[in-house]
Design a protein around this ligand. Structure first.
Ligand SMILES: C/C=C(\C)C(=O)SCCNC(=O)CCNC(=O)[C@H](O)C(C)(C)COP(=O)(O)OP(=O)(O)OC[C@H]1O[C@@H](n2cnc3c(N)ncnc32)[C@H](O)[C@@H]1OP(=O)(O)O
Length: 719
């Protein structure tokens, strides 16, 4: 898996050959070891070049091998042999050099990169650290502070930045390989010792301890319970404070604690799940492999509220021409100002020019006649959306796709008012739409494979993780969120405070607890959705007791709080108190505590002590239970789809893999037992009744997550 050639008479060219990314599998490591030994022994060979086939240097260790027993030569001595050899070795980096790939390049004496190449040490995103010498060589090459940044974030670096940082020696727009071969001939005879990174001292600022402490504090806060970033800081600290060999020893020790951890398993599962969700299929037999997206060049966005603005910005940032539509001149002007400001702000951060030339604004629907794809983002109101879809159906060209950004309304009902239901799909973006990575593509019962393929492809162009879901109230994400929110409210009724519930969920790893999240979204948003659903407001059945709706337990607490004029962050008062309207610093509010106490007295509820375990189990197991139901109904195609929706759309901590993966880690029998326990304690809450799929899985011995699809009642029925 490594090809050996002799070029220009004296240069040994070693090419890694393991498509698609030349990952360092056992066979590749063996190939490198053997070819390097051969080149070192051959007196005709004066220098070496290492490159990768098909324009990719190397995507790092083969992640699929991590779950198997180790075989083949280990990376550390393989790279050491390259560095220690007395013939200069040049890495010719094209495409990508990530993880073990960059570590291999750091073992080489010189690095030449193509201008489009990217490098990085993303191991931290897999729950690991760069344990093939990366934590020791990179700081010695570029200094402590930049190495800490790269290794703790795992971020990808362009060739230009790599050159500035000193990771690569030269960047070329021509062939990196040709330049590397030429370079390898020129450096023969030059002293090699200074090029061996293990022999260098790490460049450090005067206050090393201060920098390390500050970094550790920042990393701990960002990590939300993930262990790998912390281990990365500890390993890099060793590069600054210990001799190279002792640092390598430390790197290995830290890696040993991470390698078999559940966090590493979760994050590696996420890596493959993220790629798997792009391979969609429908029960009709259509799938991503046989359904072509139609080219889309002109897109329109209808409605320039928060979502419409974010979607417009996302489209422009992806280089697409956008027609933004509002109902009147005043709204159009406001939207125009805000979209332009968002694009300018974004461009400023990236030191780029905002592509305002791609934007066009209108209040005239007739201007849509040449548009290929329209995304409706008007208010979440079925009657309004139907009216918009009727109009779109008559003014747009016959083959234009009509997409809705609804967060949970019936896509089929909207499709039914058009003359082209097969061209209607849901494209559910998450706020802020130009930032959040998730896109739920909703397949209506009449959506064509071409419409699905086009929406999925557009999502990819926007840099989103697009997940195909079936059509039901709330689709996958918001459907599962409902029991989660419901449990949080019940916990308040029973004796908890917003800060207790949020504290438990934040400790679990969410960036924000449920009540802080409601304050951020605006309490009036949920209130309006509940009003539309007949759960609050004038349409409530007057015979319903205050804590029951539609035949089941209901908590009116969020309605009551909103009706007090507490709208959340925007007016500085919600479940918490904020420093100012629009402020972000939440402090517990004694008047909310008092309100909760009075509420409990009024409804004859004796408050009880609630601990963090109960909060996590009640909220998350109820959410997971609904995930099992969505799978069984065929609304979600597989557990990976649900997990990616939660990781990318709802802040589920990646080191816990997503709700369905987490259920498997906790153990399905335990999830079932605890749900049964809570269902017994709260018989009036149907969401706590364990789903039939969960029961079937447990009865079948709790198979691993990759076997769950075999147990689905109606696989893909709604997709
Ligand atoms: C200790 C640990 C050490 C020493 C490590 O090196 S850990 C690995 C560190 N490397 C990484 O984290 C890089 C992972 N790969 C990527 O980021 C990207 O794949 C890429 C930037 C290298 C290329 O991106 P792209 O062109 O978009 O292609 P895909 O991401 O779709 O990947 C194509 C298929 O290759 C599979 N793949 C990619 N990298 C690896 C890998 N390191 N090991 C095993 N398989 C890998 C990827 O899963 C795709 O296959 P499918 O999933 O589609 O079947």
């Amino acid at each position: 898996m490594a090809r050996y050639e002799q070029v220009q008479g004296t240069v040994a060219l070693i090419t890694l050959t393991n498509p698609p990314v030349n990952a360092l599998s056992a066979a590749v490591r063996l190939g490198i070891t053997e070819t390097v030994t051969r080149a070192l022994r051959d007196p005709e060979v004066k220098s070496m070049v290492i490159c990768g086939e098909n324009g990719v240097f190397c995507g790092g260790a083969d992640i699929r091998e991590f779950a198997k027993p180790m075989s083949g030569p280990p990376l550390v001595p393989m790279i050491a042999a390259i560095e220690e050899g007395e013939k200069p070795v040049v890495a010719a980096i094209e495409g990508a050099a990530f993880g073990g790939g960059l570590e291999l390049a750091l073992g080489c004496h010189y690095r030449i990169a193509h201008s489009k190449a990217r490098v990085g040490l993303p191991e931290v995103t897999l729950g690991l650290l760069p344990a093939a010498g990366g934590t020791q060589r990179l700081p010695r090459l570029i200094g402590l502070a930049p190495a800490l940044d790269l290794i703790t974030t795992g971020r990808h670096v362009t060739a230009q930045e790599a050159l500035k940082l000193g990771i690569v020696d030269q960047v070329t727009d021509q062939s990196a390989l040709d330049l590397a071969i030429q370079f390898a001939q020129q450096v023969v005879g030059q002293p090699l010792l200074p090029r061996k990174l293990s022999t260098r001292q790490t460049p450090c600022p005067p206050d090393v301890d201060g920098l390390l402490e500050e970094t550790m504090a920042q990393v701990k806060q960002r990590a939300r319970g993930a262990m790998a970033p912390i281990a990365c800081v500890q390993a890099v600290r060793a590069a600054a404070t210990l001799p190279y060999q002792a640092g390598m020893q430390k790197e290995q020790e830290l890696m040993a604690t991470l390698f078999h951890s559940s966090q590493a398993r979760a994050m590696q599962y996420c890596f493959f799940a993220q790629r798997a969700v792009g391979r969609w299929s429908l029960s009709s037999g259509a799938h991503s492999g046989n359904s072509k997206p139609r080219p889309v060049s002109k897109v329109a966005v209808i409605g320039l509220g928060t979502m419409g603005r974010g979607i417009t910005v996302a489209l422009v940032k992806a280089g697409m021409s956008v027609l933004a539509v509002e109902t009147n001149k005043k709204q159009l002007e406001i939207g125009k100002q805000m979209v332009s400001a968002m694009l300018k702000h974004d461009a400023q951060k990236r030191n780029a020019t905002p592509r305002l030339d791609l934007l066009h604004f209108t209040i005239d629907l007739l201007e849509l006649k040449n548009t290929d794809l329209i995304i409706e983002a008007v208010f979440e109101d079925m009657a309004l959306k139907k009216q918009v879809f009727k109009e779109l159906s008559s003014v747009c060209k016959a083959d234009a796709f009509l997409c809705t950004n609804t967060s949970g309304l019936d896509v089929d009902e909207l499709a039914a008012v058009t003359k082209r239901p097969e061209l209607v799909v849901g494209m559910h973006f998450f706020a802020p739409a130009h930032v959040m990575k998730l896109l739920e593509v909703v397949h209506g019962s009449r959506s064509s494979p071409e419409a699905v393929a086009t929406a999925m492809h557009l999502g990819k162009r926007l840099g989103k993780v697009s997940v195909l879901v079936g059509n039901c109230a709330g689709f996958v994400g918001n459907r599962m969120l409902k029991p989660y929110l419901e449990q949080a409210n019940f916990l308040l009724e029973e004796g908890a405070t917003p800060e207790l519930v949020d504290g438990a969920l934040e400790e679990f790893g969410f960036p924000m607890g449920v009540f802080k999240m409601s304050d951020l979204s605006g309490l009036d948003v949920g209130w309006r959705i509940r009003k539309e659903a007949g759960l609050t407001g004038p349409n409530v059945d007057p015979r319903d007791p205050p804590r029951r709706r539609q035949g089941r337990r209901y908590s009116p607490l969020p309605d009551l709080v909103c009706e007090q004029g507490r709208l959340g962050q925007k007016n500085g008062r919600g479940w918490y108190l904020y420093d100012k309207p629009g402020g972000r610093v939440a402090t517990p509010d004694p008047s909310i505590h008092k309100f909760l106490e009075e509420y409990r007295i009024k409804h004859g509820i004796s408050p009880r002590q609630i601990d963090r375990q109960e909060v996590v189990e009640r909220c998350l197991f109820a959410l997971i239970n609904e995930g099992f139901r969505s799978l069984d109904d065929g609304i979600a195609a597989g557990p990976e789809d649900i997990d990616m929706i939660y990781v990318f759309g709802y802040g589920w901590p990646r080191h816990r893999g997503g709700p369905m993966f987490y259920a498997g880690m906790v153990g399905l029998p335990r999830v079932l037992t605890r749900l049964e326990h809570y269902r017994q304690a709260h018989p009036e809450v149907p969401h706590l009744e364990p789903s039939p799929l969960l029961r079937r899985l447990v009865a079948s011995g709790s198979p691993p997550i990759n076997k769950w699809r075999d147990f689905l009642q109606r696989p893909h029925s709604q997709l």
